[in-house]
Design a protein around this ligand. Structure first.
Ligand code: TYD
Length: 210
């Protein structure tokens, strides 16, 4: 079976990293070659840009921020995701282009088209085959984040609740615009329960029927 490109998206603290890892482990256990990666980051160059992006000492405006995310993604696609897909590996990525569309667009400054143009320049407009959008009630997320980050939230994670509510709405809008690619996953419950929901949705992709 040839490789697929699967992404996990959603707001902060929805459990994307855990679910991406659990899915990658499962695919590997089935004998598939899997690359588990994340954004911003995934290559040494993109991880260096990640540091710049998330460091509270910098005050990037929204355009510079969008360009830096696009630059990090370009390096990631060129040096990790693209080669893996060319080999026929499966790629499981914690955040990708839809995070830029949800976080950097949607305000007054940048349109979705502008973000997609940057993606065309940076990454040949590569889109995932499947995107799992993990959604959870805001209160549940707030308590997970408090447990995870305490006072250590990063430059974007530390933005006000209204910003994150807008991002969550943007993700829902993106999913509604592209129902073929997006699969909505209720992120409430234990990691095992959420993993089961992901697996059920994965079955057709693994040739196991619906
Ligand atoms: P990270 O710690 O990876 O995310 P999470 O909180 O999901 O564990 O931090 C990445 C931050 O960068 C997160 O706040 C989302 C944000 N982000 C964007 O704003 N645009 C993007 O394109 C990407 C990939 C991430």
């Amino acid at each position: 079976m040839s490789g697929r490109f699967i992404t996990f998206e959603g707001g902060e603290g929805a459990g994307k990293s855990t679910q991406a890892r659990m899915l990658a482990d499962l695919l590997e256990a089935r004998g598939l070659n899997v690359v588990l990666t994340r954004e911003p980051g995934g290559t040494p160059g993109a991880e260096a840009i990640r540091e710049l992006l998330l460091d509270n000492r910098h005050d990037w405006d929204v355009r510079a921020e969008a360009l830096l995310f696009a630059a990090a993604r370009s390096d990631h696609v060129e040096n990790a995701i693209g080669p893996a897909l060319d080999r026929g590996d499966w790629v499981v990525c914690d955040r990708f282009i839809d995070s830029s569309r949800a976080y950097q667009a949607g305000g007054d400054d940048l349109s979705d088209d502008a973000i997609l143009s940057l993606h065309t320049i940076g990454s040949f407009a590569l889109m995932p085959d499947v995107t799992f959008l993990l959604y959870a009630e805001t209160d549940a997320i707030a308590s997970r984040l408090a447990a995870r980050d305490g006072d250590e939230s990063d430059r974007i994670g530390g933005r006000p609740a209204e910003y994150h509510a807008r991002v969550a709405q943007r993700f829902r809008d993106l999913a509604a615009m592209d129902p073929e690619r997006f699969i909505l996953i209720d992120a409430s419950g234990t990691p095992d329960v959420v993993h089961e929901r992901v697996l059920r949705a994965m079955a057709p992709l693994l040739g196991e029927g619906g």
